[in-house]
Design a binder for this molecule. Structure first.
Ligand SMILES: Nc1ncnc2c1ncn2[C@@H]1O[C@H](COP(=O)(O)OP(=O)(O)O)[C@@H](O)[C@H]1O
Ligand SMILES: [Mg+2]
Length: 241
């Protein structure tokens, strides 16, 4: 997949810092997420994982430094432009699914398109709905679905716009291992079969092992990286930090 601008990265951060009053949540972090890669972010609670994800995805603005999506410096965008860019070019999956309870599965999945006044590509919708195993449930409300099913709807919603990058913040933390495996497989397929770029924040070495590489955060800095991770290797590295 190509990105706008002359860069191999879907998203890159340059010297990004983020402070909340006295607290420095991120300190001069520089990193690039290669287009078509699957990266896991790990680190203890409070190490800055969510802050990193929020800054990298344009949900929040860094105190210092810059973040680029393809060739676009997100810090230069006005709020409305940033909102549009997020909606059209970035996908999000959260721990709590964040589905609209009064909307059907189909309306939830197509929400990023309808919010942007864009037409639904029925063929693409059909494909992703099949991939996430929700074809028979399009008319259901989220409350009628299990947690694993709701998260699969959220993955479909994240992919419906064909985003350049998908950010997932602990998407499997509330799921049983089998449902978690299903969601992680979908993220893996988004990379391998759809050419997307995926960034996954997780506490779980088994989840991290689905990624191509694991980035370890500590105290708001990147402290280590592990490529081609196995769950055992992730755990061993974690214990040595
Ligand atoms: N909105 C906020 N206001 C104040 N402090 C915050 C806020 N968000 C995060 N922090 C602080 O920044 C640090 C990193 O938090 P966070 O990015 O949530 O870490 P993690 O996701 O790894 O648990 C913590 O010390 C946390 O208390
Ligand atoms: Mg967090």
């Amino acid at each position: 997949m190509t990105t706008s601008g002359d860069t191999p990265y879907a998203v890159s951060l340059d010297q990004v810092s983020k402070s909340y009053g006295e607290v420095t949540a991120l300190e001069q972090v520089s990193w690039g997420f290669r287009t078509g890669s699957f990266t896991a972010i790990m680190g203890p609670s409070g190490s800055g994982k969510s802050t990193f994800l929020h800054c990298a995805s344009g949900l929040d603005r860094p105190t210092n430094g810059s973040v680029r999506l393809g060739g676009v410096d997100m810090g230069r965008l006005r709020e409305a432009e940033l909102t549009r860019l997020r909606r059209e070019r970035i996908g999000f999956v959260f721990q709590g699914y964040n589905l609209m309870p009064s909307m059907s599965v189909e309306r939830n999945i197509t929400l990023p398109l309808s919010l942007g006044g864009r037409k639904v590509d029925r063929q693409w919708l059909t494909e992703i709905v099949h991939r996430v195993g929700m074809a028979g449930r399009l008319g259901h409300l989220p409350a009628r679905l299990s947690g694993g099913q709701q998260q699969r709807v959220a993955v479909a919603r994240a992919l419906v716009t064909r985003p350049e990058i998908v950010f997932a913040d602990e998407p499997t933390a509330a799921l049983d291992p089998r449902s978690a495996g299903h969601v992680l497989k979908l993220l893996r397929e988004a990379v391998d079969e759809m050419g997307r770029t995926v960034v996954l924040v997780t506490h779980d070495p088994v989840a991290a092992a689905w990624a191509d590489s694991v980035v370890f955060l500590g105290g708001g800095r990147i402290v280590d990286e592990l490529t081609a991770p196995s769950a055992e290797a992730v755990l061993a590295r974690w214990d040595s930090l």
